[in-house]
Design a protein around this ligand. Structure first.
Ligand code: MLT
Length: 404
């Protein structure tokens, strides 16, 4: 008799952002006059840049001609994009990463969710708390997390590393032995960053203990301060202990196009085996490559004009971040992030829970954000706003919150 993967039954009812979407849609239906401003999910609002659009048109035309038509893309990505990525994102910053260590995909979310498949199910995972839900949920599905305890709101086999204002939202190295460590910097949801020295301590720990760091650098393009590493491979020894994920979604507004990549150094090993061929095997079996036209669009952001356009787009969002940060802090809110990341992490006023504040903002200001507790128990009493909104809507949202 067929049965299901029972680990799925341990998951929360729905994915955090689907849950929020449902609540907001129900409110919108009941209150059709409400002008809702959505600063919840980190989805971009600016159109694709001219250079990206030009590349999309050109590649689309190529697909219309016999001589230039392309079928399946190479599973690991076209050479032109892997080379552009390795050269610009790594070698230009002094990181020793070669083009054949880049695996092109349709986004960092899928890669972060799928990577756990190449590791043993009894590996112990360590995650930040609060955390991007994909890391935990994908391990729940794989049966790696043990049982959920509704009192502590935690899975019993997962090591949670609290990120609080007391530690500047940067986790302490765990005392217990962990095998797979998920780190995300600049951080989603707190907007915090890690210094190169602190990241080096993690790399040293992982090399000493035979752990693998799964480093999500999807928000790297938003770093504005010095001494903040853009890649974990800026740290000595990271080639021997780290996998890195990057995304074009936030960097270049590709949330609707879908493009990302994962870096796996060829010498990286776990359990005495190299990880690069395992991920290549998984990619080859379960994935047929990101579309040619999208990979050409991705390549366009590495041209001088493309780079300038993307920089301008990021500056637009970071100006929104400034507006949110200063508006809320002037109004007496405790606010974090928003300087090297497009997320602002704020403390809910009057000791409200995250969901109480969510309801208050939705019903009284018609502004949508993300409750911090949705990212983990240490996110309780916090709230996340994104800087990815439209400028006028962002200003209006902050004004409404100030009026509350
Ligand atoms: C977020 O809002 O945390 C992100 O947009 C979700 C994602 O990138 O999948």
């Amino acid at each position: 008799m067929a049965d299901i993967n029972r680990n799925y039954l341990k998951l929360p009812g729905s994915y955090l952002f689907s849950n929020i979407g449902k609540k907001v849609n129900a409110f919108a239906q009941a209150n059709p006059e409400a002008k809702i401003i959505r600063l919840g999910i980190g989805d971009v609002t600016r159109p694709l840049t001219p250079k990206v659009i030009e590349a999309l048109h050109k590649a689309t035309d190529e697909m219309a001609k016999q001589e230039t038509f392309r079928g399946y893309a190479p599973d690991l990505g076209y050479e032109f994009l892997r080379k552009a990525v390795a050269t610009n994102d790594f070698q230009a910053r002094g990181c020793d990463i070669a083009e054949d260590e880049i695996f092109i995909s349709d986004g960092a979310k899928c890669d972060c969710g799928n990577i756990q498949e190449i590791f043993a199910t009894d590996n112990i995972i360590a995650v930040c708390d609060p955390v991007y839900p994909v890391y935990v949920d994908s391990n729940v599905m794989a049966g790696r997390t043990g049982e959920y305890d509704s009192v502590t709101e935690r899975f019993d086999k997962v090591v949670y590393m609290p990120c609080t204002k007391e530690n500047d939202f940067v986790p302490q190295i765990p005392k217990e032995k962990v095998d797979l460590i998920y780190l995300c910097f600049p951080n989603n949801p707190t907007g915090a960053v890690i210094t190169k020295d602190r990241l080096q301590e993690w790399v040293d720990y992982a090399n000493k203990n035979g752990s693998i760091i799964l480093y999500d650098a999807a928000y790297e393009a938003f770093i504005s301060e010095e001494n903040v590493p853009h890649s974990i491979y800026e740290c000595e020894g990271a080639r021997n202990c780290a996998i890195e994920f990057r995304s074009f979604s936030k960097t270049a507004g590709f949330t609707g196009l879908r493009l990302g990549y994962t870096v796996i150094p060829k010498d990286l090993e776990a359990g005495g085996e190299k990880l690069h061929p395992l991920w290549a095997r998984r990619h080859g079996t379960k994935y047929n490559g990101a579309p040619y036209i999208v990979q050409r669009a991705g390549e366009a952001i590495y041209t001088p004009e493309g780079r300038a356009e993307v920089k301008e787009q990021i500056a637009y969002y970071m100006e929104n971040a400034k507006i949110i940060l200063s508006g809320l802090s002037d109004a007496g809110y405790e606010v974090y992030g928003g300087v090297n990341a497009p997320y602002i992490w704020l403390k809910a006023p009057n000791d409200m829970t995250s969901w109480e504040f969510f309801d208050l903002l939705l019903t009284k200001a018609n502004v949508v954000g993300t409750p911090g507790s949705g990212f983990g128990p240490s996110g309780e009493h916090y709230f996340r706003l994104t800087a990815f909104g439209d400028r006028e809507a962002t200003k209006e949202a902050i004004e409404r919150i100030r009026q509350l």
